[in-house]
Design a protein around this ligand. Structure first.
Ligand code: HEM
Length: 368
């Protein structure tokens, strides 16, 4: 059936409406300097990218709400890669903002007091959807919560606050569904509902810890033999010993209400990345790598934003009342959602040091 309306670029892209949105607080674009219109436009471009990232993330999260088959993992990887590509472009856009000199920005900055990037509802939605928890958040200023910052000046709920609240109610997060998926991953052929699964997981972890211990001993030996400077060898040994303890501590996460689940999730990550060349682990390992890449780009976004801010306003207090660059650097350091996916890299061993599996044929394609 032919479409009812003839399409035209302007009616489809809504160019007229789009170009009428850069008028600032008084909606009078003709009275604004080029610097201010640039400032507004760059923020709007970011918000549009955030919108696309949000859509991709919801798709990614929904894909994992139930059991996922192998082919669907390719779609999840594609989604992560698209998000990463968008974030990479976002980071470039800070360069456009940096064409604004300190004085050019100061010329209109005062009228923004009270407004701040931390009122970007979409940015908060992205963090919540990823799985950043409320108790992991850094205080914005004088103990103010991020939700408080989304209120109107008279304390009433803004549209931004309502959006963020809706996002908070829309569980699970991507971290939750990925953890559930990891939890279900067969480890050396054994699934969580199989009889003897706990023993199979423990066996895998024990052989892995032994292999890792040997690798640490080898690295320690090389370090002691090759260091040219005088040093206290007992200190070096201590450091390597603490590497071994770190793996034990990480795996001995079986205490507490979610302990057993957490331990199996960590074992699954270790398993997937250690046996990454097995055919049935090809997509799982790609997914893990693409999630890490995606989170890395979030971190780069935060760091790049902080450097741009430092270049333009130095270390002064932010218009939102935070410690400015110090606050932003703290978020770049501390906001990590997929912590286990990062931690496991510390414990990886060389391919030929990986312990043998009992059931590696389980991970071949079924018709092989
Ligand atoms: C001249 C340009 C900019 C300056 C000087 C600046 C400065 C700041 C400062 C100082 C903060 C800390 C909160 C505060 O006290 O206000 C902040 C937060 C933030 N800014 Fe910017 N910013 C600029 C451009 C941008 C752009 C283009 C974006 C893109 C969307 C952006 C997004 C954000 C976000 C999302 C936060 C909240 C960070 C968090 O709470 O984790 N900013 N900005």
């Amino acid at each position: 059936m032919p479409p009812e309306k003839q399409a035209a670029y302007w009616s489809y892209i809504r160019v007229k409406e789009l170009l009428s949105l850069q008028g600032g607080l008084d909606d009078k674009e003709s009275e604004l300097t080029n610097d201010e219109v640039l400032f507004i436009t760059v923020h709007q471009v970011f918000e549009l990218w955030f919108k696309l990232v949000l859509r991709e993330m919801i798709g990614l999260r929904d894909l994992f709400k139930g059991p996922v088959n192998e082919q669907e993992l390719a779609g999840a990887v594609h989604g992560c890669q698209r998000i990463t590509t968008i974030l990479r472009r976002c980071v470039d856009h800070f360069e456009v903002m940096e064409t604004l000199s300190t004085r050019e920005y100061l010329a209109f900055r005062d009228k923004l007091t009270g407004a701040s990037g931390f009122q970007s509802a979409q940015m908060r939605q992205l963090e919540i959807l990823l799985g950043l928890e409320d108790d992991e958040r850094i205080s914005l200023g004088a103990g103010e919560s991020y939700m408080q910052a989304l209120r109107e000046a008279d304390g009433s709920a803004s549209d931004a606050l309502k959006r963020v609240q809706t996002q908070l109610d829309d569980q699970p997060s991507i971290k939750d569904v990925i953890n559930d998926w990891l939890y279900r991953t067969p480890i050396d052929g054994s699934g969580p509902d199989d009889e003897g699964d706990e023993a199979a997981v423990s066996r895998f972890l024990a052989t892995y810890a032994e292999a890792y211990g040997k690798e640490v001993d080898i690295a320690c030996g090389i370090s002691l033999a090759r260091t040219a400077v005088e040093f206290d060898s007992s200190l070096v040994k201590q450091r390597y010993e603490s590497d071994k303890v770190a793996l034990d501590d990480w795996l001995a996460s079986g205490d507490g209400p979610d302990g057993a689940k957490r331990r199996r999730i960590r074992a699954a990550i270790l398993f997937i990345i250690s046996y990454r060349e097995l055919p049935l682990l090809a997509w799982p390992r790609e997914l893990i790598d693409s999630i890490i890449e995606m989170e890395q780009h979030f971190l780069v976004f935060r760091q790049r934003h902080a450097r741009m801010v430092e270049r333009i306003i130095g270390r002064r207090t932010g218009t939102g009342g935070s410690a400015g660059v110090d606050y932003l650097d703290q978020t770049a350091r501390e906001y990590r959602v997929f912590k286990d996916l990062w931690t496991v890299r510390t414990f990886q061993v060389r391919a030929d040091a990986t312990p043998e599996l009992q059931k590696d044929e389980f991970y071949n394609f079924r018709n092989q």
